[in-house]
Design a protein around this ligand. Structure first.
Ligand code: GLU
Ligand code: ZN
Length: 302
């Protein structure tokens, strides 16, 4: 076990992490570093690491992507615990959480179009309007005057005032599907997730998810937001921007590049090792404190 792994008190629940890719394309370098960092956080703390496929947005999904992600993780020796969880199988739980919010008067139907709301904070137009449950509507949760603060081990302390930054946000989409924040907190709570490791592009999701956890009385996870992997032009590597599928690269090379990007210093001798041996080295030497404290970091061309 790495000497720099945080020590968990006996009273704390055992560490449980998860990697939650959306199946919108194959695994690219940016999602691999998230998987690797989360895996190492779990394995160096004697914890579990789960794989959840965030498949609640069918139009954005790509056939075969979930299989490709599983295959790429396995090839890199990033083995998850238990069954793969699929968000689309959890819609009853998502809906039950929505109904609890509605019954408590904490959420309401909204018929405003995206164009009407624009880029500024939602002004609360439908909050007291009691919109009918027919036709097209989304459901928004009240943020009130909630301020949320948290200290992220990589991104530092942050404070958000939700009413100024976006206002009441959508928890159920007009397409009659759960919105990401609601689905994420319900599924994280069900799986007993204690730490969420993901990219800093989702840092502003953390206060919204904390707010929902507090309204729903769910246990609170801690968050670790990694730098976002960007290309030389500062563009986030993404499936949409057609970042290369890491399956086209030798797994050892990918893992070593990912470890280096995460501030770890794998010895050159590992270039001739097996993926399993690279992972064993990484578990023995993982130091969260060496992750660069950056919002984004360029991925050098391989
Ligand atoms: N499914 C989200 C994504 O791929 C990540 C969700 C999360 O880690 O909270 O961007
Ligand atoms: Zn509205």
């Amino acid at each position: 076990m790495s000497t720099s792994a945080p020590v968990r008190a006996a009273t704390e629940p055992p560490y449980r992490g998860r990697f939650a890719p959306s199946p919108t394309g194959p695994l690219h370098f940016g999602s691999l570093v998230t998987a690797l960092a989360g895996f190492l956080q779990a394995r160096t703390q004697g914890g579990q690491w789960h794989l959840r496929i965030d498949d609640i947005d069918p139009p954005r999904e790509q056939p075969g992507a979930a299989d490709a992600i599983r295959f790429a993780l396995t090839r890199c020796h990033l083995h998850w615990d238990g069954e793969v969880i699929h968000q689309r199988h959890k819609q009853d739980q998502h809906r039950a959480a929505l109904e609890r919010l509605m019954a408590a008067g904490l959420a309401y139907r909204c018929t405003c179009s995206r164009r009407m709301v624009g880029a500024s904070a939602y002004p609360g137009t439908c909050r007291s309007a009691n919109r009918p449950a027919q036709g097209r509507f989304s459901v928004r949760v009240c943020v009130g005057a909630a301020t949320v603060s948290l200290v992220d081990p990589i991104q530092g302390p942050h404070l958000w005032q939700l009413d100024r930054e976006g206002g009441d946000f959508v928890v159920w989409r007009v397409e009659n599907l759960p919105a990401y924040h609601l689905a994420a907190v319900v599924d994280d709570a069900e799986a007993g997730i204690t730490e969420v490791v993901r990219g800093a592009d989702l840092l502003d999701s953390a206060p919204r998810q904390r707010h929902l956890q507090s309204l729903l009385g769910l246990p609170i996870a801690t968050y670790l937001h990694l730098p976002v992997a960007v290309d030389g032009a500062g563009q986030k590597l993404s499936k949409q921007a057609l970042a290369p599928d890491i399956a086209g690269q030798a797994p050892v090379q990918t893992l070593l590049q990912a470890l280096t990007w995460l501030g770890q210093e794998p010895p050159v001798s590992l270039q001739r090792a097996l993926p399993r041996e690279v992972i064993e080295w990484a578990i023995a030497h993982w130091a969260q404190s060496r992750i660069p404290r950056l919002r984004q970091r360029v991925v050098p061309p391989s």
